[in-house]
Write a protein that binds this ligand. Structure first.
Ligand code: F6P
Length: 545
């Protein structure tokens, strides 16, 4: 880490902490410099606690931290995930057929397109009814079994396109369900109302060892077999995985396994078979290809745009500024679009599993706080929930995301504005309310009683940024997600942590294995609980009783 620069930035921290956003925003030259665009996507970060000097120092930090070199290393297939000895090449999954990206001297793009072509072929056959189920019926419904990175991104894109007119037309008559949690209640919900004879099961697991996914896969396989017998598996179960030996051992025909590679990290994998297969089955490959093209357009922007215009770089810098320097612990992600209802859970995993780290690449502790609590809800729902805290309680830097056009334009006769304009009025108002607040003087002018003035005062000075995109379709979703992926990578590079491993999820898994062994023994008769903490023993005893 460039220690001197971090120290230098601390000077900016004291300056910015004592300058209200009302003062900062009075400078229109500053505001104009903080309005940047990539094609039709606009980022306005004038409501951040920065002036142009702070931004120059942050850009300098990016320089000193080697963000440009690290970016080039990532795009050229170098093994930047050092703790796992892997390249980080999700961008190769959305590269055009003509591109060339090498890992260990081998161009991976032809392999990527071979699998994409296979998924197009398979999904076309299922959608047209040419691929039939074991009893000769067309497979109209799909259940995806997977968790974490093998689930969240797929569900986000599925939900986001459900009301897009083109995607919705392509999905007519089809159902897509997700089964992630090992909770048996989730099995019931996922299979509710489905007929095994018309259901295709897609098991999504990079490792094909994840406990939840394996148990759910066995449970759903048993549901199919009970209805149609053991031989139905070849027609009704397919997999997306890098572990071809394990998919075979599970009984899946190797022709029905869609592979990917160890250089695809779980939380960056929606662009691989993990997302492409299920989404193509639902919406057709053409729609999914637009999503890939959107992702690629953002890769080009991230690689080529100058720092001052580079959206992912600016997002990453501002998140580090807010989280590691100003000391704000959370970031609220607030899409003013109901179709993005599963966007935040995906970004939560993407960012918190990537940057929730305590040590630098060389294993020494990071000197500044790392990782932010990403949370949020679509607006305006969130306004009636946690925004109270954001306006008068803790300061939570926020990302407002809006679209110029709705997926479902509604205009009611007699109403002053369209329904979308009503929604977007809130998108434009909230950032100003957070930034400016309302003073006691203003309240007095409004005739508010002395007693109520403290309760009705808004301190303001609460940072946010606004992202405005044209419309929520596959192409712009691709751009949006790739931008957040590069934001996450940028944060990791600035903090010098490895954003691409996830050792922090292991310990809980190991302990769960011990409990599982104990429960299995205890159910059979007696078991030794001496290895557990006394409160754990007590709870286990109560559970078993
Ligand atoms: O939560 C840990 C994790 O390893 C994620 O990184 C990953 O996306 C998820 O579990 C699922 O893993 P797999 O695809 O191997 O089943």
């Amino acid at each position: 880490m460039a220690a001197a620069l971090w120290t230098d930035l601390k000077g900016q921290v004291s300056k910015m902490k004592s300058t209200h956003l009302r003062t900062l925003m009075a400078d229109q030259v500053r505001n104009d410099a903080m309005y940047v665009a990539s094609g039709q996507m606009v980022l306005d970060y004038s409501r951040q606690k920065v002036d142009t000097e702070t931004m120059s120092k942050l850009f300098e930090l990016a320089d000193k931290a080697g963000v440009e070199q690290k970016k080039q290393q990532m795009f050229s297939g170098q093994k930047i995930n050092e703790t796992e000895g892997r390249a980080v090449l999700h961008c190769a999954l959305r590269a055009p057929r003509s591109a060339s990206i090498a890992v260990d001297g081998q161009n991976v793009v032809p392999e990527v397109w071979k699998v994409l072509d296979a998924m197009k072929g398979f999904s076309d056959k299922v959608r047209s009814g040419e691929w039939k189920g074991f009893t000769g019926k067309a497979l109209t419904d799909v259940v995806c079994i997977g968790i974490g990175g093998s689930y969240l991104g797929v569900e986000f894109v599925y939900e986001a396109l459900k009301t897009d007119p083109e995607a919705a037309a392509a999905a007519s008559g089809r159902k897509l369900r997700f089964l992630a949690n090992v909770d048996p209640i989730d099995v019931q919900r996922a299979l509710e109302g489905l007929n095994p004879e018309t259901t295709l099961v897609v098991i999504i697991s990079k490792t094909f060892t994840t406990a939840e996914t394996m148990l759910n896969a066995k449970t759903v396989k048993a549901w199919l077999v009970k209805a149609m017998g053991e031989d139905c598996v070849a027609k009704h179960v397919v997999a997306c995985s890098t572990a071809l030996d394990k998919t075979k051992a599970f009984g899946i025909d190797s022709n029905n396994v869609f592979g990917f590679w160890d250089w695809v990290g779980g939380r960056f994998s929606v662009w691989s078979a993990v997302g492409v297969l299920a989404l193509s089955l639902q919406y057709g490959f053409g729609v999914v290809n637009s999503f890939l093209e959107g992702g690629h357009a953002m890769d080009e922007h991230f690689q080529k745009a100058a720092a001052k215009d580079n959206l992912p770089l600016i997002l990453g810098l501002l998140d580090v500024w807010n989280g590691s320097l100003l000391g704000y612990e959370g970031v609220a992600i607030l899409p003013y679009c109901q179709a993005l209802l599963r966007f935040v859970p995906h970004i939560q995993q993407l960012d918190m599993e990537s940057n929730g780290k305590g040590v630098q690449m060389d294993g020494t502790p990071v000197a500044v706080p790392t990782g932010a609590i990403n949370f949020g809800e679509p607006g305006t729902n969130g306004q009636h929930s946690f925004y109270q805290l954001m306006h008068q309680g803790r300061v939570v830097p926020s990302h407002f995301i809006g679209f110029a056009k709705s997926q479902n334009p509604v205009e009611l006769p007699g109403e002053a504005v369209t329904n979308h304009d009503e929604l977007m009025s809130n998108f434009f108002a909230q950032p100003d309310a957070l930034a400016l607040g309302k003073t006691s003087e203003e309240l007095k002018v409004d005739g508010i009683s002395e007693k109520l003035i403290p309760h009705k005062t808004f301190t303001g000075d609460r940072p946010s940024l606004s992202l405005l995109l044209p419309v929520c379709n596959a192409f712009w979703l691709g751009q949006l997600l790739a931008m957040y992926e590069h934001r996450t990578a940028t944060i990791g590079w600035l903090l010098n942590v490895n954003s691409f491993d996830q050792w922090g999820v292991e310990l809980g898994k190991v302990l769960a294995k011990e409990v599982r062994g104990y429960l299995s023994q205890a159910r059979k008769g007696s078991a030794d609980d001496s290895k557990f903490l006394p409160p754990t023993k007590k709870l286990l005893a109560k559970y078993l009783a």
